[in-house]
Structures are given as structure tokens and as C-alpha cells.
Design a protein around this ligand. Structure first.
Ligand SMILES: [Zn+2]
Length: 95
């Protein structure tokens, strides 16, 4: 987590991880052009490492298989996600 381009967006509004129900209130960008999460942005849950997709109102919905395949084809994005998930899962859930 030392990429200089990473930017955290606090208080994006409360939403819940579609995988574990953990309340998400901020987002840290780890890949792609700098900017707030928006419709279609892929999210990695800090609690469980599960993937979700941001909707336009910045709530999260579950990712579907097709979208997962699409992310996996973007090697750089996928390796960032796998690194994050590895860290999160090694650390264990907050609750
Ligand atoms: Zn989660």
C-alpha cells in the first residue's frame, strides 16, 4: 500500500459490502485514473476482500461473473486486487 498515486475518499456515504455486510464509509483508490468512485467502479472490501461494483449513488452491488472476467482480463487491475485481497485475508476480518 505504498503507491504514491493512491488517494483516499472519506465519507463517500454509507453503503454495505455485498459479500459480508461490512459498512463502507470511505474508499481508497488503488488503480486507474484518479477520481471518486463512480458508476461501475470495482471495489475491494477492506473487511472480507470481496468484490463489489459501485452504482451511481455510490452504494455497492454484487459483482457478476461477466464483470469478474472483465476485471481479470485487465492484468494490472487484477494483480492490484489480488494483492489487496491477499493482505486482507491474511490479516483476517475486522468482525
Ligand atoms: Zn466484505
Amino acid at each position: 500500500m505504498s503507491k504514491p498515486s493512491m488517494k483516499t475518499y472519506p465519507k463517500i456515504g454509507l453503503t454495505k459490502c455485498p459479500t459480508c455486510g461490512y459498512t463502507v464509509d470511505s474508499a481508497t483508490q488503488a488503480h486507474g485514473e484518479e477520481g471518486m468512485p463512480s458508476d461501475g467502479t470495482v471495489s475491494v472490501c477492506l473487511n472480507c476482500g470481496g468484490l463489489g461494483i459501485y452504482l451511481a449513488d455510490l452504494t455497492l452491488r454484487p459483482i457478476n461473473d461477466e464483470e469478474t472476467q472483465e476485471v481479470m482480463r485487465d492484468w494490472e487491475a487484477w494483480s492490484t486486487i489480488e494483492k489487496a485481497q491477499g493482505y486482507i485475508r491474511a490479516r483476517g476480518r475486522f468482525r
